[in-house]
Design a protein around this ligand. Structure first.
Ligand code: ZN
Length: 163
């Protein structure tokens, strides 16, 4: 089993905290089978609050399960419980791990942020739900504090965590 962390980086403007709406947030990822090297051509979603493929061998199921279409190996992924953290104003412009995955037989190679983010404005400003980062930039106006808000230059990558 390999533990893989998702790191993100963004420039935050007047935002105190940016986080996913976990455990309901769907992490869209592209996956590589470590047995045969097959890379999935479509996006797969992993949600901590959802479990699939429960059976007698594994009554708790997995957050994600897939049989590789090339080598037919059974691969699965679970989000590491309690690994979700927020991206804060102090993290702006820096790479930070926001979640970790236990990967069995697969590697994660690409992330697509999409929708389901929550942004809390600075100075007790408004909290915006269902923020859409699919264009890598998000701009809003906080009428409570009369300030413009933004998430800019969103970037992400996966890193292997050594145990
Ligand atoms: Zn395979």
């Amino acid at each position: 089993m390999v533990k893989i962390a998702l790191q993100i980086k963004a420039t935050l403007e007047n935002i105190e905290e940016l986080q996913t709406c976990h455990p309901h947030y769907a992490f869209f990822v592209r996956i590589k089978c470590t047995n045969c090297g097959e890379v999935s051509d479509k996006w797969h979603d992993i949600t901590e609050g959802e479990r699939v493929n429960e059976d007698t061998r594994n009554p708790k199921g997995f957050n994600f399960y897939m049989k590789c279409r090339m080598c037919f190996r059974e691969n699965s992924i679970d989000i590491v419980e309690g690994s979700n953290v927020s991206y804060m104003a102090d993290d702006s412009g820096k790479m930070k791990t926001i979640v970790a995955f236990d990967c069995r037989g697969v590697e994660l190679i690409q992330f697509s942020p999409r929708t389901g983010w929550i942004a809390r404005a600075s100075e007790n400003g408004t909290t915006f739900e269902d923020v859409d980062l699919s264009k890598d930039d998000w701009v809003e106006y906080d009428q409570k504090n009369n300030t413009s808000l933004g998430v800019y230059e969103f970037e992400s990558h996966f890193i292997k965590i050594k145990k």
